[in-house]
Every structure is written in C-alpha cells, then in structure tokens.
Design a protein around this ligand. Structure first.
Ligand SMILES: CC(C)(COP(=O)(O)OP(=O)(O)OC[C@H]1O[C@@H](n2cnc3c(N)ncnc32)[C@H](O)[C@@H]1OP(=O)(O)O)[C@@H](O)C(=O)NCCC(=O)NCCS
Length: 167
C-alpha cells in the first residue's frame, strides 16, 4: 500500500473520492466541493493498494490545529491497516503544517472508527447530543496530541505526477 497527497487538479482521484463518498455517507462531499476545498487548503490523501484506490482521508491544518473531516476505506479492503496508514500520514502532514493537536467527531455507534482513533492516541473529550442525522446519533468528540508516539514517516515528491508519495 502507498499513500498519495492529492491536489485539486487530480481529477481521477477526486472522482474516486466523490464516488466513495456517495456510496458511504448520507451527506457525501460532491467532487465540486472537494475540489473547491482543496483549492482553499484542505488536505486529501489517498491510499493505493492491490493496483487500485482503496481509501482516503480529508482534513485541514490551520494554525496549530488539525481537523479530520473524513476517513474512509472501501469495504472490501478494511482491516488491512489502510485506515491506520491514512490517519498516520495525515497527522504527519498536519505536523509539518505546524499543528499541535488534532480533532475529530465520530458517530457514537461507530466502534470500528473509535477503536482505530484510540489506537493512534485519540482521547474522548466530549459528546455532542443528537449531532448526526440519517440516522440521528450522538457525536463523540476526540482529540490527540501531534505527534503521537508511533508516528515516523518520510515524504518525497513523485516526479511523474507532482503528487507527493508519503508512504
Ligand atoms: C473506520 C475505517 C476507516 C477503518 O479502516 P480500516 O482500514 O479497516 O482500519 P485498520 O485496518 O487500519 O484498523 C486499525 C484498527 O482499528 C480497529 N478496527 C478497525 N475496524 C474495526 C472493526 N470493524 N471492529 C473493531 N475494531 C476495528 C482495530 O483495532 C484495528 O486493528 P486490528 O485490525 O489490528 O485489530 C473503515 O472501517 C471505514 O471506512 N468505515 C466506514 C467509514 C467510517 O466510518 N469512517 C470514519 C468516520 S469518522
């Protein structure tokens, strides 16, 4: 598996993400909103494995705070470490941008995501009652220091695509 940093002109990858969004979430990001967010500094990393795109993470890093907005691995590729790789790579990018803490919200019933976040050092800091709709559910707020202990990763630029190969 490898992680790629995506820019707003990479239409193949932004199309992959918007398709996966539509298949996964009741409030999917459209490709247009994704491209617009990338133009305004959002971070999008994709994971490639078995010769195809298998997951992505969307987030932001502004001043000393990072926020994780989405983390998705295609169903048939879950439990192989892709989610961990994506989140680790994102936290590294956020650290390079100066972030000292990372924040996220997760559905209270999403045991898979909560376990993954806890395994990378996120702590539960609060509950937002009935935050989600379709279906209605509480949000658990989580926060982690950057860098967590386990992260160590190098990045370089892929000369062919201009994308940075991160892992
Ligand atoms: C959450 C998600 C991104 C995890 O991706 P993944 O590639 O399967 O995660 P990993 O393989 O890196 O798992 C890392 C650890 O997280 C925990 N975990 C992952 N899936 C789990 C599950 N279904 N049940 C319990 N724990 C789970 C385990 O501790 C796992 O380590 P292990 O496999 O050694 O036991 C994936 O399930 C997903 O895309 N879900 C749908 C979208 C979603 O809910 N995103 C989060 C929104 S906040």
């Amino acid at each position: 598996m490898r992680i790629i940093s995506v820019n707003k002109n990479d239409s193949e990858l932004t199309a992959f993400v918007s398709k996966a969004e539509a298949a996964t979430y009741p409030d999917p990001w459209s490709e247009a909103s994704l491209v617009s967010s990338l133009g305004s500094g959002a971070i999008l990393l994709c994971c490639e494995g078995s010769g195809q795109n298998i997951g992505y993470i969307i987030g932001s890093a502004v001043a000393d705070e990072a926020e994780i907005l989405r983390l998705t691995v295609l169903p048939e590729f879950r439990r192989r470490g892709a989610g961990t790789m994506l989140l680790t790579a994102f936290l590294n990018e956020a650290e390079k941008a100066g972030a000292k803490k990372a924040y996220l919200e997760v559905r209270s019933g999403n045991t898979a995501a909560r376990a993954l976040y806890s395994s990378l050092g996120f702590r539960e800091t609060g509950i937002r009652k009935n935050y989600y709709i379709k279906p209605r559910e509480d949000a658990v707020l989580m926060c982690a220091d950057i860098p967590p202990e386990r992260i160590s990763l190098l990045g370089d630029i892929n000369a062919d695509t201009g994308n940075r190969k991160l892992m």
